[in-house]
Design a protein around this ligand. Sequence first.
Ligand code: FMN
Length: 354
Amino acid sequence: MPKALLTIADYRKAARKILPRMAWDYFRSGSDGQTLLARNRAAWDAIELRPCVMVDVSTVDPSTTVLGLKLPFPALIAPMAYQKLAHKDGELAVARAAAACGVPCVVSTMATTSLEDIAQVPGPKWFQLYCHKDRAITEDLIHRAEAAGYTALVVTADAPVLGRRIADERNGFELPKGMTRENLARYERPMGGSGSGSHLSELFRTRQDAALNWRDLDWIRSLTRLPILLKGVLRPDDARRAVEAGCAGVIVSNHGGRQCDAAIATARALPEVAAEVGGKIAVLADGAIEWGNDILRALALGADAVLIGRPVLWGLAVAGRAGVKAVLDLYREDFTRAMQLCGCARVADARGLA
Ligand SMILES: Cc1cc2nc3c(=O)[nH]c(=O)nc-3n(C[C@H](O)[C@H](O)[C@H](O)COP(=O)(O)O)c2cc1C
C-alpha cells in the first residue's frame, strides 16, 4: 500500500479519486440533509476515556469472543450492498481479505455476488436479511443462508422504507449493465415504476416489507436455528423487546446515517442500550468508527464489538482485496496501540475507561 495511506481519511480521499461519481455518491451519502454523518463522528470524538497508567502493556491481547466467534480484534465487517461498484471483485475480495485477517464479515441481501459463492471463501460469515413482502422469498433466503454455512442472521430493522438519498435521486442511481443483485436475481420480475430517480428507492417501495414488526421476528425465528441479531436498535425499550424475543444480539446502528437523518448518534444511544441489555445478549455498534480509539470507546460504553462499514469500501476501491486487508490491518494495529495507551492488557479491561 502507498505510504501516504496512513488513516481511514486517506483511504476515503483516495477512493473518491478512483470511484465514478454515481458510486461515490451512493457509498458516501447520508439521507436528507446528511446531518447524522457528522453527528455520528462527533459523538465518538466527544467520548473521553480515563486511561490507566503503570500497567504492563508490553504485550496486550486485542482478541475477543462474540457469540462463540473468536475475533482477532473486536470488529466485524458491516453488511453493505453492491460491493462490485467499488471494485470488480466486489464481495469476494472483501471476504478473502476478511478471511486473511480472521475478521468475520456480514454479507448483505443486496450483494452483487451470490451468498453461496461468497460462502465458498473460508472464514466465518453472518447473513444480513432484508425482509421481503413476498414471504416465500424471505423464507428461501434464510434457508439458503443456513444451508451455505452462515452462522448467524442479522435482521435489519431500520429500513422499513429507504431513507431519501438525494444524490442518488439526482444521479438516477442504478446498477450498471451486467451487475445484478445476485441473491435476488432468481426471484426478480421486471420492475415497474416511474423510471426516474434512484432505482433503489423504487426497489424498496415495491419489494421490502414496511409492515415488518415483532410478530415477524417470531416467524423468522421459527424458520431457523441460527442465532438472530437485530440491526438498527437505538432505544432501550426496543433492546428489551429484542431480548424478550429471543435475539442473540442487537446492533446499535443508524445505518451509517442513511435512514432517519434525525436519529440519535450511535455513541449516544449505546450506553442506554447496553445498560438495558445488561450482558444478557451481545451488543454491537457501528457508524463512523474510524480509529482504534473509537473501538475502545465503544467497548467502554458497553459494546462487545463494532462493525466497520464504508472504510472497507474505501480499501476495496483503492486496491481490491489488498486494500481491504490493509484497512483491516490498520484498524487492528491502531486498536492495539489504543489499548496500550489506555493501560488495557485485555479487551475486558476497556469497560472501566469511560
Ligand atoms: C454503501 C452502503 C450499503 C449498505 N448496505 C446495507 C445493507 O445492505 N444492509 C444493511 O443492513 N446495512 C447496510 N448498510 C449499513 C451498514 O451495514 C452500516 O450500518 C453502516 O455503514 C455503518 O456506518 P459506517 O459506514 O459509517 O461505518 C450500508 C451502508 C453503506 C455505506
